[in-house]
Design a protein around this ligand. Structure first.
Ligand SMILES: [Zn+2]
Length: 234
């Protein structure tokens, strides 16, 4: 643990029952980005357990784990095992993939002018905002639903590749708002290439969260919507 915050103020220790923010030198947690909610989970040290209720970026490569100390205490410099809530993450990943499928299906049914204007993806639902010149008809909604459902039922295998952004776009990668950076990952979720270009800040999975070295780029799944990523590290 590199830093702890209580009510926005840096502290050396968080005690049982206190809410706060934990910064690690490396993390498997996904911070809210591209419309996708931050991960939940647990940080466990020999001295205490911290329940992570949300993960938010403090800076581009510094993630804040927001939550509460369930037992014991956390102290700066101590090591923790960081475990993402895998059930919530995988549900969110499915909805993230569904968002890309819906984006593609809407473009097929309504036209290429359909672009994402906003999005909210969590374990329970996905919402996709777009501009169109009139309300969708019931027939159009059914066509979009049928296309998405057919792709879901096809259950095509995922593939994740890290490519230069131009190459990814040549393969048909489509970004959701807020997903693009210089090192995108194009992940084909289906034959329709409802791809995802998202933003890894580092390509290697986290292996340790125990030293007090300066913060390096926190790892998160290149596209949490389609990549099978390690959700546990220590
Ligand atoms: Zn994506």
């Amino acid at each position: 643990m590199l830093a702890l915050y209580r009510e926005g103020v840096a502290v050396n220790q968080l005690n049982e029952g206190e809410t706060g923010v934990v910064v690690l030198d490396d993390t498997p947690f996904y911070a809210e980005s591209g419309g996708q909610v931050g991960d939940r989970g647990v940080l466990q040290s020999v001295h205490g357990i911290f329940a992570v209720e949300d993960t938010q970026k403090i800076q581009a490569a510094v993630f804040g784990h927001h939550g509460v100390v369930k037992t014991g205490a956390l102290t700066v410099g101590n090591g923790v095992a960081a475990r993402v809530d895998v059930l919530a993450r995988t549900r969110t990943m499915r909805n993230h993939s569904a968002t890309h499928l819906m984006h593609k299906a809407l473009r097929e049914v309504l036209g290429d002018h359909v672009q994402q204007k906003g999005s909210q993806v969590d374990p329970d639902k996905t919402r996709f905002d777009f501009v169109h010149n009139q309300p969708l008809t019931n027939a159009e909604i059914r066509r979009v639903e049928n296309i998405v459902n057919a792709e879901v039922l096809a259950n095509t295998a995922n593939e994740c590749r890290v490519l230069p952004i131009a190459e990814a776009q040549k393969l048909g990668a489509m970004m959701l708002f807020g997903e693009s950076t210089a090192t995108p990952c194009a992940s084909s979720t289906s034959a329709r290439r409802a791809n995802c270009a998202a933003a890894p800040t580092s390509s290697a999975p986290a292996t340790s969260a125990s030293s007090a070295s300066p913060p390096k780029a926190a790892w998160r799944p290149a596209c949490a919507g389609s990549r099978r990523s390690p959700a546990t590290t220590r």
